[in-house]
Write a protein that binds this ligand. Structure first.
Ligand code: IMP
Ligand code: ZN
Length: 334
């Protein structure tokens, strides 16, 4: 759908958007690898991969289908250390090719037959460090890569504690680890049980980033207030934020991660032209906004596409987009 939307842009526009130095702050590792790469990975490992999948653009595809893709297809393929290393490398290549100069990836540490959560984190960190080493001294400006460890809202207290503790333990040893994210199917349950674990994040000088008001119905009445009480550094999506809480976010100057295609393709926003970015930018004059892809492997949306779409729906010039991109780079690529 996003590709269709940008079909009115010329190849020159696309090249311009790709060449723009950009920041990506909201990208889930296993959602950012392309389905083609996953298919070839499955083939090389003799693992089943469905011939047909419910995909964005299919009639009735919605946010629930995104989570089904992860549980029923993607995690069936990305299930050992080799596969995880392969996926991280592919994702880094893709963002570098898209003109990203600061990339903050996020991933949920998983325990499976091949590794425990600690090993999962070490494989991801090792793959990032290896990728960076392989490009040190290259002609292209080296992309800065950082990592958030995600807590899934379905996690138990014990799992959440384990993930936060891993971030606290490894951040001083691996500069790429910078914080903790809260993600997961927003329709399945609240996050109140995770609060004691999440309260350890900021005192450890780590960033706290949370998926926020992604769907209309919050699983818990006071969930949004609880999240704000944790003093998060950034909020993802912010689609269904009540006006008084939006006032508060703006007053606190919290960065919002804007995922245009993810919202439209996932069906939580009915059209790009109705996206809340427009109200935030035009009516509220808010600028602490960063365009992000969320799951570029699923939504088929390069970050460059998101820039072109935002330029269109906000009626901005290329110069204004360049200034926006430059502000993001200045803020994050230190
Ligand atoms: P991973 O953490 O690298 O395995 O990336 C996939 C995971 O990210 C999924 O299992 C979800 O928990 C989470 N995720 C991906 N997209 C979304 C989203 O749009 N909302 C909330 N969580 C998401
Ligand atoms: Zn997300």
């Amino acid at each position: 759908m996003s590709l269709k939307h940008i079909s009115k842009y010329t190849q020159e526009d696309l090249s311009w958007a790709r060449s723009l130095p950009k920041v990506e702050l909201h990208a889930h590792i296993n959602g950012s690898v392309s389905l083609d790469d996953l298919r070839s990975l499955a083939l090389s490992k003799n693992l089943p991969f469905p011939a047909t999948l419910a995909l964005p653009g299919d009639p009735g595809f919605d946010i629930k289908d995104v989570f089904t893709l992860f549980s029923s297809t993607i995690y069936g393929v990305v299930r050992d250390q080799d596969a995880l290393r392969f996926v991280v490398g592919k994702v880094l290549d893709a963002f570098q090719a898209d003109g990203c100069v600061y990339l903050e990836l996020r991933t949920t540490p998983k325990k499976n037959v091949a590794m425990d959560m600690d090993e999962y984190v070490m494989v991801v960190v090792g793959a990032i460090e290896e990728w960076l080493l392989g490009r040190a001294g290259s002609q292209e400006g080296l992309m800065h890569v950082r990592l958030l460890l995600s807590v899934d809202r379905r996690h138990s207290v014990e799992q959440a504690n384990q993930i936060v503790d891993l971030a606290v333990k490894y951040a001083p040893l691996h500069t790429c680890i910078v914080g903790v994210d809260v993600c997961g199917d927003p329709t399945v349950g609240g996050i109140r049980h995770l609060v004691p674990a999440l309260q350890k994040v900021k005192p450890a000088a780590l960033k706290l980033v949370v998926h926020f008001a992604e769907v209309a119905e919050c699983p818990e009445q006071d969930e949004l207030e609880t999240i704000l009480s944790l003093n998060p550094d950034r909020l993802g999506h912010c689609t269904f934020v009540p006006s008084h809480l939006m006032d508060e976010i703006i007053k606190r100057e919290i960065t919002m991660e804007i995922c245009l295609s993810s919202n439209v393709v996932g069906g939580t926003v009915s059209a790009y032209e109705r996206h809340h970015l427009i109200e935030l930018w035009k009516e509220r004059g808010y600028r602490n906004l960063v365009l992000c892809t969320d799951d570029r492997g699923i939504f088929l949306n390069e970050l460059s596409h998101e820039y072109l779409i935002a330029m269109d729906i906000l009626g901005l010039t290329k110069r204004e987009m360049e200034e926006w991109a430059a502000r993001c780079v200045e803020q994050y690529r230190k």
